[in-house]
Design a protein around this ligand. Sequence first.
Ligand code: S3P
Length: 435
Amino acid sequence: MRLRARSAGPIKGRARPPGDKSISHRALILGALAEGKTEIGGLLEAADVMATAEAVRAFGAKVERDEQGRWIVEGQGKLIQPTGVIDCGNSGTAARLLLGAASGYTLSARFDGDQSLRKRPMNRVIAPLTQMGARFDSADQRMPLNVHGGKLKGITYRSKVSSAQVKSAVLLAGLNAEGETVLIEPERSRDHTERMLAVFGAEIDQVEIDDALHPRVRASTLKGADIYVPGDPSSAAFPVAAALILAKSEIRIEDVLVNPLRLGLFETLLEMGAKISYEERRDPIGEPIADLVVSASKLQGVTPPVRRAPAMIDEFPILAAIAAFAEGETRIVGAAELRVKESDRITLMVDGLRACGVDAEELPDGLIVRGHGPKSVKGGATIRTHGDHRVAMSFLVLGMASKEPVIVDEAEMIGTSFPGFSAFMAGLGADIEEL
Ligand code: S3P
């Protein structure tokens, strides 16, 4: 399916983005590992999360959606031997977190995914999980692969990458390991697993090593819990971007997760001169929530600090698109991880921006975009997204403010994280149409 975005003037109004993807995966997985009932409100009903729902069913949990749209998970307090293949679809989070969780039980499971997931590195979880005592068969440490779980021992693991997926895999395995399990990462990645493990009653705390705090878990029995999933800031990023670059726009994006480890894009945008404010801050669920109030802004190019990368790792594509409408150079560095996401996001963003007439340059670990202000972007291109949902949404937002329409291919993949994206944006006044 192809979608075309055209300029249609300002966006206005208020809307609530779909539930946070990271929290949704974790609610289903912890619900399955727990004893008793977990009720989840606001779960993201997108393809990636549905892959996790299917997977935890295969591992023995009962998962149902009630008439009010709440998801009920009846966990068995453990994962059991599945019969079929665990198909993680496009989702790295499903794959890596479930490999960690499965490692702690006496079972063998075959994991697979789509063409994109089959290319993504799994060694980053295979290595620590092997040290803990799990075994893996794989041709090249990628999907498809088999995990053989069993008795594990706790480790202190120094991850080379700041990755919440690696951290979560190790901590979930640590729930069934002898002794304690500690995960050290260069910069802190999103901490939803740690926060939610505490809500489910796990023995989790933080330990100081090398002047920083790192999560530590001990073998624990989890108890079912009530979870509310706030709106996803990574999805909110798209209407926020559109409001900033389209003159006279004014929007309120409601009920958004504002965990500081997810706010790197908004911090960067504030430095660029964006008018964004957080209103009605609240914390009803162990995760902070707020409404984002955004209006059209004059933006300057920026170089976000490298240490901020984990807090905005999914938002670099949309930052690159926004940068085309800023004045001056935006330099993204220290973001080599972008090459092993759902696609190589560095190459794809640079190619697409150039096709739209934007001055963009590829770096080994990032990219440079030289912007010339609002109304400077030509557009008029068809973008090859390689099935990457965030690349597709980024170019549709760019098309909303370009002189000529922008078309993206494989737009059905947007459903992996933001089902109803076109209707959501149309509700605010965008002109996005299926071709
Ligand atoms: C996620 C962690 C990040 C992020 C992904 C979701 C998570 O991946 O890019 O979209 O839910 O833990 P990495 O751990 O590979 O950085």
